[in-house]
Design a binder for this molecule. Sequence first.
Ligand SMILES: Nc1ncnc2c1ncn2[C@@H]1O[C@H](COP(=O)(O)OP(=O)(O)O)[C@@H](O)[C@H]1O
Ligand SMILES: [Mg+2]
Length: 248
Amino acid sequence: MIRVENLKKTLTGTEVLRDVSLRVEKGEFLALIGGSGSGKSVLLKHIAGLMQPDSGRIWIDDEDLGSLRGRKLEMIRRRYGFVFQSGALFDSMTVYDNLAFPLREKTKLSESEIKEKIVRELEQVELHGVESKYPAQLSGGMVKRTALARALIMDPEIIFFDEPTTGLDPIIADAMLKLFGRCQQRLNLTGIIVSHRIPQIFSIAQKVAMLHEGAIVSAPCENGTIQTDNRILKQFVEGAIEGPVRYE
Ligand SMILES: Nc1ncnc2c1ncn2[C@@H]1O[C@H](COP(=O)(O)OP(=O)(O)O)[C@@H](O)[C@H]1O
Ligand SMILES: [Mg+2]
C-alpha cells in the first residue's frame, strides 16, 4: 500500500507539489494524469525515494519513507520496479544481458537459475526469440516489453510507469497498456502509471488521480470510464478547451 500525505515541494521557486495526498491499495493500479509540467514525474520520484519533500509523508505499508536511511531505504527500493519512457535499456547489451544484469549484480543466483528466470519473464511479457538481439534491433513495442521484463525480473511488489508508451504508435501503445494491465493483475502488483492515453488508461486502472495546481483530484474507474462530477477532472478527460481550467 502506498499512502502520500500532504506532500509539499518547491523547486526553483515554484511550488510544484502544494498539498498532495493519495492512496494506492495493495494490488491496485492508479492512473496519474495531468498537464505537462504539472509535477507527475516529481511526485513519482518522491514515492520512489529519489527526491525528498519539503514536508509531508509517504508510507509504504507501515514504513515511513522519510525516516528510512541506508540499508532500510534500499530494502524498500528493492520492492520497486520501474518502466520509463525511454525504456532505459543498456544499448551495448543484448536483451538477455539486460535482464541478467540486475540478477548478477544483486542476487546470488547461478547462471542456470538466471537463465530460467529470464525465460519465464520473457514469456510473461509475451516476447519470443529476442534474447540475443540488441535494443537497436528491436521494434518500439519490443523495447517496451523488454523494459517491462527487466522491471519485473527482481519480483517487485510495486511498479511505476512514467509515460511508458510515449513514442509508440497508438495501436502498439494500447496493446502495451493492456499488457501492463495483465501483468499487474496476474502478479497482484501495486502500481502507478503516468499516461496521456485517455480514455484507454481507464481500462487498466482502478483509480485515477489528476495532478492539478499542486494537488490531487481523484476518482474511481469502472468499466473503462471514470466516475466523477469534478469539473476540472471532467474537462481534462474530455479534452475540452472550455471549462474551469484555462489552457494557454
Ligand atoms: N530536478 C528539478 N529541479 C528543478 N525543477 C524541476 C526538477 N524536476 C522537475 N522540475 C520542475 O517541476 C515541474 C514539474 O515537472 P515534472 O514532474 O517533470 O512534470 P510532468 O507532470 O510533466 O511529469 C516543472 O516545472 C519542472 O520544470
Ligand atoms: Mg513527466
